[in-house]
Design a binder for this molecule. Structure first.
Ligand code: PEP
Ligand code: MN
Length: 363
């Protein structure tokens, strides 16, 4: 966390000395009793720093529960009064911001379906000009890093000082294991580009189910994330939204307790030098891999010249199918995941096609 505190001149809600920042609370505020009891039990775990509740719910299909609206905000205020926990609520319209400010909400968050739309994000940023409130920006539902960075920049330009981001995964039609594919390389690249913005992982919306929340939360911490946002309901199966992914406050408390906190030790030379020789080995292997790829492309260009001379198409479907089948067999034999090998071989194949296209263009 220390690097994240550089440039900040006050102790703020989104930074703290000890990782992780934990945000917990129901997907949706449903009734006053449910909100107050969740708040009480969440606070009793002693593991949660910020209470969340959805007041206006952006549902994918019409007819689902769309949130209780403004009347839920005083319930959240009561949680703050009785537990001392700061409150965060999702806003998607200027009117939501006004209502939250009126009810003393501490942190606003921008949902994934809002981040995709620069018009709406700009409108929200404009509404916050001159307001001193922290804002969390969820990743857009599509895997577009620029859109995510852009949304954060709009709030920065509007003068918001305290910003954080939430990684909640990306929609994908072929995804089976997760509800939203994590695509970890995207938040990691975000962290590289904007190292001062705290990165919070939302395993609830990534997983869409309870049984794998722990492994995703642990992975996020091992990748250097600063916090977690996890949905919690007093009676998860009866929740009006996202029932399958919610857990009771007590299960949430246990999940946080069971996390292993590891350090990166970037500033400890002794620990670093122990892995240095292995890293050197990795560098050598990477170099060999790139040389091999370069040789492979030479052969691909040679084939390209032959195909061109004989007026053959670049892509020959039967050959491509054969490559896929061979690679799957090899993946199984070498203990590598089929998905990884298929991605890898597709990337190589794309490059071969580009190289052959270049041969076709050459005069
Ligand atoms: C939520 O946090 O309940 C929510 C609606 O999330 P997202 O915007 O990530 O879908
Ligand atoms: Mn939800």
């Amino acid at each position: 966390m220390t690097s994240k505190e550089v440039g900040k001149n006050k102790q703020t809600l989104l930074t703290k000395k000890r990782r992780p920042i934990v945000i917990g609370g129901p997907c949706s505020a449903e009734t006053e009793k449910q909100v107050l009891e969740t708040g009480r039990r969440i606070a009793a775990t002693g593991k949660v720093d910020i209470f969340r509740a959805g007041i206006w719910k952006p549902r994918t299909r019409p007819g689902s529960f769309e949130g209780v609206g403004e009347k839920g905000l005083p319930w959240c205020q009561k949680v703050k009064e009785s537990t001392g926990l700061p409150i965060t609520v999702e806003v998607a319209k200027t009117a939501h911001i006004e209502a939250c400010l009126k009810h003393d909400i501490d942190i606003l968050w921008i949902g994934a379906r809002t981040t995709v739309n620069p018009f709406v994000v700009q409108e929200l940023a404009d509404a916050l000009r001159g307001v001193d409130i922290p804002v969390l920006v969820k990743n857009p539902i599509n895997p577009d890093l620029a859109l995510w960075l852009g949304a954060v920049e709009r709030f920065q330009k509007a003068g918001i000082q305290e910003l954080g981001v939430i990684h909640r995964g990306f929609s994908n039609l072929s995804e089976k294991y997760y509800r939203n594919r994590p695509q970890w390389q995207i938040p990691l690249e975000f962290m590289r580009r904007m190292p001062d913005i705290p990165m919070i992982n939302d395993p609830s919306h990534i997983c869409g189910r309870r049984d794998i929340l722990q492994e995703v939360a642990q992975k996020a911490l091992d990748l250097g994330f600063d916090g977690l946002m996890i949905e919690s309901h007093i009676d998860p199966d009866q929740a009006l939204s996202d029932a399958q992914q919610q857990i009771t406050p007590e299960v949430l408390g246990q999940l946080i307790t069971d996390l292993v906190l590891r350090e990166d030790y970037e500033d400890e030379p002794l620990k670093q030098s122990k892995i240095e020789s292995l890293r050197q080995e990795i560098n050598n292997i990477d170099e060999e891999l790139i040389n091999l790829l370069s040789n492979r492309m030479k052969v691909a260009r040679e084939i390209g010249r032959y195909k061109k001379k004989n007026n053959m198409t670049i892509l020959q479907q039967r050959r491509w199918n054969e490559i896929i089948e061979r690679s799957k067999l090899q993946a199984a034999r070498s203990g590598l995941s089929e998905a990884f090998i298929l991605n890898f071989i597709s990337a190589i194949h794309d490059e071969s096609i580009d190289q052959q296209e270049q041969v076709y263009k050459d005069v």
